[in-house]
Design a protein around this ligand. Structure first.
Ligand code: F6P
Length: 510
């Protein structure tokens, strides 16, 4: 049986060769139906793949690849709670946090548990709303930070205004110092969010905040390890559960989104979930050729494996989505940054590109020079919002015109007499347009990326739900801690030893 890598190679190589010299501008000119036929609308979301460097035949081959890789069945398996996270022996049922699209007992049970936790969360939200608390501090890192942080920031136009919501993340004590000095412990509640409740950063910052609060009365926790949260000093009635069947980076839909519910209210949180559920129904039901997350994933595979492009930019033309690239860095790179299959074999093909990006138009005045004239083509997702939530009509027209101009310039390029003023063009991009940025459309957008990541993992034959790559550094940091504290412990590595000597000498000098 062909491996995932062989299947990708044999399907895409002939088209990659055939299109080797193809130019996006020529593909568009040659195929007048392309702007319409390479676009898809799903609810409040519109996607155009018309500026990708593939034609109809290559796109059909990609869809056939998805079929041959068993994408349809793999998506069904995800919803049915099959053990897709094989290295940790568990399902990845984040979809059950927002959708009831499976009859499988494990998925139905997960959905029921999520609903019960949401009811408890709503009670805690109501109690906090009725209290004299003014500020909320979410203490967490990775998936216990990036999702809630993105959503709270993106939905600031939908905030109830009841609380100011802050995020404390970095183990660097200056993060705690600067945040806490602006807050009143008597009017602040803290939520310690940690799936494992064993994450060093969160436990250290949690202890700082617990001491600063001077008691546990306004201390809350969200964790899959409830006993550990309680042992930390959080009262059982203020601990909300999550479960090992939700990956940290897929968890904002659970009680990990407590800070979101406090920022936008329970109704806003439910609307976010409803938007994700819209995308869940779509990915499950739409034929592969009209399936937005599937086409997004197949396009990523094309750019990575057929065109050999090693980075990918995410460029939201909406300041409220400025944190999206940081959120997607974890979602995409922690999920797909793998080089072996679940059987331990070399995956045999390039996997995750480096994901990076920033908001437009700011980024136009920093790294866009390299996008236009650098030696590497960088495929990009441009994201725009049609109707703004502000009255500054001229600003919005300028924003949209810049968005359209950049995708056009990157694709078409420009030949000038002076090579320094020429633009090679032929740089692929996808354009995602939201009718408006609201809880429901944001939920759908995030779920689109989640499903695209899963589809890519299936196509590459890797596990999207573990992250063993982060463990080695954590272990070494734990081993080095006594030496850094100055406990006189010798270290094995000579370079680390020399660096520690240098640190000690400089610290002694003050
Ligand atoms: O170090 C990586 C990681 O395990 C992420 O996958 C996770 O989102 C983050 O740490 C935080 O973990 P926890 O929620 O258990 O504190």
């Amino acid at each position: 049986m062909a491996t995932a890598a062989q299947r990708i190679d044999s399907t895409l190589a002939p088209h990659a060769r055939r299109l080797d010299a193809a130019r996006i501008a020529d593909l568009v000119t040659a195929d007048t139906g392309r702007p319409r036929d390479f676009a898809l609308r799903v609810g409040g979301l519109y996607a155009s793949f018309a500026r990708q460097r593939y034609d109809r035949d290559a796109r059909d081959a990609l869809v056939a690849l998805g079929d041959a890789a068993g994408l349809r069945q793999a998506v069904r398996a995800l919803f049915d709670g099959v053990t897709v996270n094989t290295s940790e022996g568990r399902p990845a049922l984040h979809v059950a946090l927002r959708s009831a699209l499976s009859q499988a007992p494990i998925a139905r049970d997960a959905h029921a548990q999520a609903a019960r936790a949401r009811t408890r969360m709503a009670e805690l939200v109501a109690a906090l709303e009725a209290s004299d608390v003014t500020d909320i501090v979410n203490v967490g890192i990775g998936g216990s930070d990036l999702g809630p942080r993105l959503v709270v920031d993106a939905l600031k136009d939908f905030g109830t205004g009841r609380f100011r919501v802050h995020f404390l993340t970095n183990v660097d004590g200056s993060d705690a110092q600067h945040l806490l000095k602006g807050l009143d412990p008597a009017r602040t509640a803290a939520i310690l969010v940690s799936k494992t409740f064993s994450t060093q950063e969160t436990l250290l910052n949690g202890a700082v905040v617990r001491d600063w609060l001077g008691g546990s009365e306004r201390l809350y926790a969200v964790s899959a390890n409830v006993p550990r949260a309680e042992a930390f000093g959080v009262a059982p009635e203020r601990v909300l559960p999550m479960w090992d069947w939700v990956g940290g980076r897929y968890s904002l839909w659970s009680a990990v989104g407590f800070s979101i519910a406090l920022a936008v209210g329970m109704a806003g949180f439910e609307a976010l979930l409803a938007g994700a559920a819209d995308m869940d129904a779509h990915v499950l039901e739409a034929p592969l050729a009209q399936n937005l997350p599937v086409l997004h994933a197949l396009t990523a595979i094309w750019n990575r494996n057929a065109l050999g492009l090693s980075t990918h930019a995410v460029l939201p033309y909406d300041e409220r989505l400025a944190l999206l690239p940081a959120y997607l860095q974890q979602l995409v790179m922690e999920s797909l940054g793998k080089s072996v299959t679940p059987d331990g074999d070399d995956v045999g093909i390039e996997t995750v590109p480096v994901l990076w990006g920033g908001p437009g138009t700011n980024s136009q005045h920093s790294f866009f020079q390299a996008l236009h004239q650098g030696t590497q083509a960088v495929p990009a997702d441009f994201i725009g919002v049609v109707s703004p939530a502000h009255p500054y009509v001229e600003n919005h027209a300028a924003l949209l015109s810049n968005l359209l101009a950049q995708t056009e310039a990157l694709a078409n390029g420009y030949a000038a007499e002076d090579p320094q003023k020429s633009y090679p063009g032929n740089r692929p991009s996808t354009l995602l347009l939201l009718d408006r940025l609201a809880p429901r459309s944001l939920g759908a957008l995030i779920a689109l990326y989640e499903h695209s990541v899963y589809a890519q993992s299936v196509l590459w034959g890797i596990n999207a739900f573990d992250q063993w790559g982060v463990e080695l550094g954590k272990r070494i940091a734990g081993e080095l801690l006594p030496a850094v504290r100055g406990d006189g412990v010798a270290v094995d590595d000579p370079v680390t030893g020399a660096l520690l000597d240098e640190i000690r000498a400089r610290a002694a000098r003050g």
